[in-house]
Design a protein around this ligand. Structure first.
Ligand code: ADP
Ligand code: MG
Length: 402
């Protein structure tokens, strides 16, 4: 990132004005209720601050994937209910319709100081994902200033993320980052530009194809890269190992060979699993055995890193000053294959380093283990965090920079 992010510190007196707050309230729902309120909690500091400063706040987010049409089960009301609870103001958060509805416009005009209202799901309108200037124009009608706290969406050029702040700036109104976006940019920017060394990255998860770009960028920055999860099998298989029925992406063999060659040229070790927990099926009642990572029988699939690998990976952390972890080490959702993720989570948590965890599934695993307060930072942006760490210019951030 080149420019300086404009933050809430740069916002002049907002008393009696209306602030449009793009938040990431894309929470998981179960039976019509919010199943995990972490994302709502994450944006509370920004809302509190804006309220204290006397603004009326129109909060907007996408929720799920309604693809441009109204889906009743993806309405924002349950989110607004939880937001009100978290603000300690059970009756204080109203829900609005879509931005261009006359009712919405009227309600927003009547909002008083410190009042909070939640706009309907942005993705009910096809203009949101299309970055449509007309939809952004309808959003701009609702606000005197724009604050973006939706870090998880800053990599997407969508109307509420890109076209809207463009319009605000073009019309002389402020467009700035909220505290959550500010903090993510601080922490991830530190990893990108000035990590304390040694810097060790641990990557895992399902698909190497999702993470090739970040692997490439990390090779330029880290002192060691430890790879587990299913993606390790593509790397092992590309070198000729027998990986049985493990998940592999043969169309990525060339890419992973190129990444390993680059790492070797730079003297950055890429550590792959030496042993794995394998089974015939990824089932809770499957018979799991620990085998060498390069000699997995044809009828077995590797579903977790083995105990020797956990020990090896953990053994590379004591000297580290910076540790980034993204992606589970195995199919942690299924009991017999959870030990690798647990072992690595514990090792990272107890490392005497600046520790950052990214990735939706990795963070879910960390929460399940009760370790969510044991890291320096859990990044709220899945894809956005990875793209940031690739060093890419993100459309929702560059527009907030001087
Ligand atoms: P994150 O969301 O943390 O970035 P990913 O989405 O990349 O992580 O990957 C998470 C998924 O990877 C989990 O659902 C997990 O079950 C799966 N996974 C990890 N290791 C394996 C493996 N060896 N075989 C099959 N699936 C795996
Ligand atoms: Mg995931």
């Amino acid at each position: 990132m080149s420019g300086t992010l404009r933050t809430l510190d740069r916002l002049d007196d907002v008393r009696g004005t209306r602030v449009f707050l793009r938040a990431d309230l894309n929470v998981p729902l179960a039976n019509g209720a919010v199943a995990d309120d972490s994302r709502i909690r994450a944006t509370i500091p920004t809302i509190r601050e804006l309220r204290q400063r006397g603004a009326a706040i129109v909060v907007a987010s996408h929720l799920g994937r309604p693809k441009g049409t109204v889906h009743d089960e993806l309405r924002m009301r349950p989110v607004a209910v939880v937001l009100a609870e978290l603000l300690g103001d059970p009756s204080g958060v109203r829900t609005l319709g879509m931005p261009a509805d006359p009712d919405t416009i009227g309600s927003v005009e009547r909002l008083g100081k410190r009042e909070v209202a939640v706009l309907e799901n942005l993705r009910f309108d096809p203009g949101e994902e299309a970055n449509d200037p007309a939809f952004a124009g309808a959003l701009a009608e609702l606000a005197d200033a724009y604050v973006d706290d939706a870090f998880g969406a800053v990599h997407r050029a969508h109307a509420s993320v890109r076209a809207l702040p463009e319009l605000m700036i073009a019309s002389g109104r402020p467009a700035i980052a909220g505290r959550l976006v500010e903090h993510e940019v601080d922490v991830l920017g530190r990893l990108l530009h000035r990590p304390e060394r040694p810097y060790v990255a641990i990557l895992g998860g399902a698909k190497v194809s999702d993470k090739l770009a970040v692997i490439d960028a990390l090779i330029d920055r880290v002192d060691a890269l430890l790879v587990g999860g299913a993606m390790a099998f593509t790397m092992l298989a590309a070198e000729g190992a027998s990986v049985g029925k493990s998940l592999v992406e043969p169309d990525r063999f060339e890419d992973v060979r190129a990444a390993r060659a680059k790492a070797e040229a730079r003297g950055v070790p890429i550590e792959l699993p030496v042993d794995v927990v394998a089974a015939a099926e990824p089932a809770a009642d499957a018979e799991a055995t620990t085998v060498d990572a390069t000699e997995i029988r044809g009828d077995l699939m590797g579903l977790d890193i083995g105990p020797r690998t956990i020990e090896r990976f953990a053994g590379m952390l004591p000297d580290a000053k910076t540790v980034l972890w993204n992606g589970p080490m195995g199919m942690f959702e299924v009991d017999p294959f959870a030990a690798g993720t647990k072992g690595v989570a514990e090792a990272v948590a107890s490392a005497n380093a600046f520790t950052v965890v990214g990735g939706g599934d990795s963070i879910a695993a960390v929460r399940d283990l009760g370790l969510d307060t044991s890291f320096d930072h859990l990044s709220t942006g899945g894809g956005a965090s990875l793209e940031f760490l690739e060093g890419r210019a993100l459309p929702g951030l560059t527009i907030l920079e001087d």
